[in-house]
Ligand binder design. Structure first.
Ligand code: ATP
Ligand code: ZN
Length: 284
């Protein structure tokens, strides 16, 4: 009995998908050129597929779970459960027009031709904004459509925006923000569901650890109360005496989001020798 997972064969999500499974302690033999492989230390079978095929395979139950971009899921309107956001493959589906265009809002697009590989998502977006435009579906190199006279605007995936820039386009509106997600089949059987639960437990520990740092610092004892007040900790900070009289070592965990604010605050309160180290797994 095995849990079957579908991941992208080669592309922007491949490396991070394999890395996440590895960080969950699952060793997947190098799959170059293979369609499927079995993990050596977890009952997991991995299918390597084109990302566009993943939702269908998972919906049909050929794979129990899959890793795919939210953009692909929404475009295909398949009935899958999103189990977890994975924090990688972040991008946005954006509208872009030639640099010189005076774009003042979505209404600019009324009656225009828009080239995209995401007609469903774009159509919904336009409908929400009461705009009628002609959607031209093309499967690749969407960014060249305006320069060859195929469309006045495009709707495409962007991460840094450099591809748009080199094609003389500017990003004007965000239609969707997307990242990779773990999805599960509506047909998943009970034993596989139990394995999924185990996998999700591990993924949570890995993902939580990525967002958190372990911090160690030295504090003069008369400042300890003040400093501990700044540090949240899992329960509360650990305080250990230093060999040097009048000083303590304080250990705690910090959330990445408010990290720099807290560090500044700690320094202002007399903390010294601050060390910040990554956490590999975090089980709370
Ligand atoms: P496949 O051969 O599997 O069909 P693809 O060319 O459709 O691959 P990729 O370009 O590898 O797909 O992108 C896979 C996913 O990575 C996208 O669906 C999206 O969720 C995410 N992604 C992140 N950043 C970007 C980006 N800048 N451009 C395109 N996709 C991105
Ligand atoms: Zn694809």
């Amino acid at each position: 009995m095995k849990l079957k997972i579908a991941i992208q064969k080669s592309g922007r999500l491949s490396e991070d998908s394999l890395k996440l499974l590895k960080e969950c302690g699952i060793d997947i033999p190098n799959g170059t050129g293979k369609l499927k492989t079995e993990a050596s230390n977890f009952p997991l079978e991995t299918f390597f597929l084109r990302d566009d095929d993943i939702p269908k395979y998972v919906e049909d139950g050929v794979a129990d779970i899959g890793i795919v971009g939210e953009n692909v899921l929404l475009e295909q309107k398949v009935a899958l459960t999103t189990v977890q956001k994975l924090g990688f493959g972040k991008c946005r589906l954006s509208l872009a027009v030639p640099k010189g265009v005076d774009y003042e809002g979505v209404s600019y697009l009324a009656g225009k031709r828009i080239a995209t590989s995401y007609p469903t998502i774009l159509q919904n977006y336009l409908a929400q904004h009461n705009v009628q435009a002609q959607i031209h579906e093309i499967s690749g190199s969407v960014e060249i459509a305006p320069s060859i006279g195929l469309a006045e605007a495009i709707c495409d995936l962007v991460s840094s925006g450099s591809t748009l820039f080199t094609n003389g386009l500017k990003e004007v509106d965000t239609v969707l923000k997307s990242e990779a997600v773990l999805v599960a089949s509506p047909k998943i059987a009970a034993p596989q569901e139990a394995l999924l639960k185990k996998l999700v437990f591990r993924m949570n520990a890995v993902l939580k650890a990525k967002r958190t740092k372990y911090i160690l610092l030295n504090a003069p004892n008369d400042q300890l109360d003040e400093i501990c007040r700044v540090l949240p900790g899992m329960k509360s900070p650990t305080v250990l005496p230093l060999a040097m009289e009048g000083w303590s070592s304080v250990h705690s965990v910090l959330n990445e989001d408010d990290f720099w604010d807290i560090i500044e605050n700690l320094q202002a309160k007399g903390a010294e020798g601050i060390l910040v180290v990554p956490i590999e797994k975090m089980i709370v």
